[in-house]
Design a protein around this ligand. Structure first.
Ligand code: ZN
Length: 301
């Protein structure tokens, strides 16, 4: 996958529009709760799992260079964090993981994404395209976004991320937070781009993949699940430190929908989605569970 930092792309496609990490607290009609039909991932089994994934490590997993591991295993010792660098490293690592998945999946080819570290000298602010609402984002903006215009833009406001290390997770205060909570947000937004690429690439080949409806919480749950698959890979690369799993779970729960709102999934639903990815490491599982229309179109089972 080719990554482009802070650059404009010209190819335009009509696709999904905007996805944010935190749902707008607007009155949205509740959606019936999805029930899991996958007996292999029953609550009983889930609750017996330790805070680490169960499958064996992928074969021949190549450890990234020490520098990468150091950058990703940051933070709890009170050392200075280079937040833009951390966000870049997570994005680039997720990119490598998705390159592998796309390479192994028939019908998928190398996609493109652009990410924006908003608040750096290169990009002090970022203005979302008009299709994504046109807002100008600054470094303190209290949300992170994926916007699907062009080749896809991941928008990460740096100071907002820096505050995660201080316990402020997009205005929430999860019990555990820190580097892995920040990483979760990055890979969740990246997950929206993967959804977008799957839609785009199959549709272009004449294999129409059903899109989500507006405010379909499964769009968010699959991004949480995809984020979990990245965490699975991070575990086997040695990025995951004690406490990181709790950071991810507390954070994903903290941004679950409050009662009466159903745009992003309840805390339980979001935790379950992350764990589906984290315990399997299989994006295909995420698609089957949360995007059944796509699973059918793609012949997954
Ligand atoms: Zn999202």
């Amino acid at each position: 996958m080719r990554l482009v930092v802070i650059s404009m792309k010209t190819r335009l496609r009509a696709r999904l529009l905007l996805a944010a990490i935190v749902g707008a607290a607007m009155g949205v009609a509740p959606v019936a709760e999805a029930s899991s039909t996958d007996a292999a991932f029953s609550p009983a089994r889930m609750s017996s799992l330790p805070s680490q994934p169960t499958p064996p490590p992928p074969e021949e997993e190549e450890l990234p260079e020490a520098e990468n591991r150091e950058a990703l295993r940051s933070s709890k010792s009170g050392g200075e964090i280079n937040v833009p660098r951390f966000l870049s490293k997570v994005t680039q690592d997720a990119d490598r993981v998705w390159v592998d998945y796309f390479a192994q999946t028939p019908g998928l080819e190398e996609p493109f994404v652009t990410y924006h570290l908003v608040g750096t000298t290169q990009e002090p602010t970022y203005t979302l395209s008009r299709a994504c609402g046109g807002a100008t984002i600054d470094t303190d903006h209290k949300n992170a976004y994926y916007c699907s215009t062009g080749e896809g833009d991941i928008v990460l406001p740096v100071n907002t991320f820096a505050r995660i290390w201080q316990g402020d997770f997009f205005g929430r205060a999860p019990k555990n937070t820190g580097d892995f909570a920040a990483a979760f947000v990055v890979v969740h937004e990246f997950g929206h781009h993967i959804q977008d690429e799957i839609l785009k690439q199959y549709n272009e080949r004449g294999v129409p993949v059903p899109n989500y409806k507006r405010n379909d919480k499964n769009k968010e749950l699959i991004a949480d699940c995809f984020a979990g698959t990245w965490a699975f890979s991070a575990y086997y690369k040695g990025f995951v430190e004690p406490g990181d799993y709790d950071e991810a779970i507390d954070s994903v729960r903290a941004i679950g929908d409050p009662p009466g709102v159903a745009s992003h999934g309840t805390p339980d639903e979001r935790q379950a989605a992350f764990e589906e990815g984290y315990n399997t490491g299989e994006p295909t599982r995420c698609i089957i569970r949360y995007w059944p229309g796509a699973a059918a179109a793609l012949g997954l089972s």
